[in-house]
Design a protein around this ligand. Structure first.
Ligand code: GDP
Ligand code: MG
Length: 195
């Protein structure tokens, strides 16, 4: 179903900022037709990073399971308790997100959640498709990250679904920081007649 006002959260993680890729990555969202309706540059606290990632206790188990599944697809069998695996990934992620400044933004547009996930690409950069942000701009892998006891550096966070977007946006933005405005592209993208 289409929803031209759908909102999604994007966070450009510290590796984007450290590698001077802010402009390149934002331009990918802009050129796809997405509208920036909120944006800030900030150093998140660990509490904020934790709140962002851990929607509920089940989220840790779910992250562990996504990791086990993701590795299995690549022919790597990981054994262990999903909760412990998820917790280890989460601890590194939280530490990483709170390490240096990030850019948080809310993007709006038709089916923005799914569109942004498609533009961002799959989680592990070594298997993200060419043409996606993760596939084009970075080369990290889980085994490299795990060997160094750090989070995998995959440049961008993007809300996975509607439930996550509704939860995540208020972790980063007050209602008053999110804008409703028309830009000139709206007519071309959405109206039947624009001339
Ligand atoms: P995303 O929505 O594509 O970012 O992926 P997830 O929500 O499943 O995971 C959140 C973040 O945790 C990812 O962006 C990665 O930075 C990290 N991550 C997820 N799975 C793994 C894993 O198996 N190993 C490592 N090292 N990091 C992971
Ligand atoms: Mg996710």
């Amino acid at each position: 179903m289409s929803n031209k006002a759908e909102k999604t959260l994007v966070v450009l993680k510290p590796d984007t900022i450290q590698r001077n890729l802010i402009g390149d990555i934002i331009s990918r969202f802009e050129r796809a037709g997405l509208k920036i309706i909120a944006m800030k540059f900030l150093l998140p606290t660990k509490e904020q990073a934790y709140k962002h990632y851990v929607k509920s206790e089940e989220e840790i188990v779910a992250l562990g399971n996504r990791s086990i599944e993701g590795n299995k697809k690549r022919g790597i069998e990981i054994t262990g308790d999903p909760k412990e695996i998820g917790q280890k990934i989460m601890d590194r992620l939280v530490e990483y997100l709170a390490l240096s400044p990030v850019v948080a933004m809310v993007l709006e547009g038709n089916n923005s959640i799914q569109i942004v996930r498609k533009l961002v690409g799959s989680t592990e950069p070594t298997s993200s498709d060419v043409g996606t942000i993760r596939g084009d701009y970075t080369i990290d892998s889980y085994d490299l990250a795990d060997g160094d006891n750090r989070a995998v550096r995959n440049l961008v966070h993007a809300s996975a679904n509607q439930v996550d977007a509704d939860y995540e946006i208020p972790v980063w933005f007050k209602d008053s920081e999110i804008f409703t405005y028309k830009n000139v592209r709206d007519a071309v993208l959405y109206d039947e007649k624009f001339n």
